[in-house]
Write a protein that binds this ligand. Sequence first.
Ligand SMILES: NC(=O)c1ccc[n+]([C@@H]2O[C@H](COP(=O)([O-])OP(=O)(O)OC[C@H]3O[C@@H](n4cnc5c(N)ncnc54)[C@H](O)[C@@H]3O)[C@@H](O)[C@H]2O)c1
Length: 290
Amino acid sequence: MNILVTGGNGFIGTHLVKRLRGLGHEVNVADLIGRGYNLDICSPKLADLLIKLKPQIVYHLAADNRVTGSVKSILKSNVIGTFNVLEACKQAKIKQFIFTSSAAVYGESKRLPIKESWPTRPISAYGLSKLTDELYCHLFEKHFLATIFRFANVYGPGQNSTAEGGVVAIFARRILDNQPVTVYGSGKQTRDFVFVGDVVDALTAALSRPQTAILNIGSNQPTSIVRLVNLIEKLTKMPAKINYLPKRPVEIEKSLFSYEQAGIKLKWRPKTSIEEGLNATIGFNLAGAE
Ligand SMILES: NC(=O)c1ccc[n+]([C@@H]2O[C@H](COP(=O)([O-])OP(=O)(O)OC[C@H]3O[C@@H](n4cnc5c(N)ncnc54)[C@H](O)[C@@H]3O)[C@@H](O)[C@H]2O)c1
């Protein structure tokens, strides 16, 4: 198939593009930086590009991911940008739009594990932008199928260890470098960490089972931030120094996903344990340091 990936040079995009090409698809990338077509998703040139390339499928991953980023920048990249991508897809008459949303749309959930039908109450500009994007996807459903993935905390090799939000990458890098790690709040807050290889399995499964749906993608395993530090210490055989700072206002206490719907609709389940995934991530970091 002929596929366009926006944000294809980012962490998840790089893994996705590699897998899609391995499966024999023709894949083009549109990203601000790196390989492929360098352009902003807000640009009017995006429609010209799609009309020229004629993709059947668009994976839309490009986004400003900073949970504490400026509201203006998030609104521009994530809301105006996504609307521009959707309009371009309509003009180019694509068949399926695959969008990467986030656990941030739920905010602080009262019950766990979180199901797709549960209330969405984002507490960050980022979460609100992703929820708005999902609603725009629904507006375009008469033009193409819209498959929306809500990802838990994705981690794995290649995640930027200097970026905000990639806690696994940041902790692995800092512990390997003998640098202290910063924990906001007690460290007892839990996250649902899902390995990037499993996330790419879900993204590609959407091609063989095309449908309009909203699907949670997570591991259904809670891991506290302190346990994450302990696991990295064990796997790297390096002791960690922890700097505790006050809880941030946009910090969610507990996040845990049910992936039952992805199981039913895509026959998907996560295959990688946190230990296996951390081992692969640490191995990548060690190789990068050599
Ligand atoms: N990594 C996670 O834990 C996670 C969790 C939930 C959802 N997501 C979503 O998955 C998608 C991919 O995440 P990632 O971790 O690979 O992020 P990333 O930051 O590594 O990659 C994003 C890519 O988008 C590009 N980009 C940003 N703004 C752009 C713009 N205006 N025009 C063109 N390109 C632009 C960046 O250059 C980058 O290559 C994002 O939509 C993100 O919100 C990620």
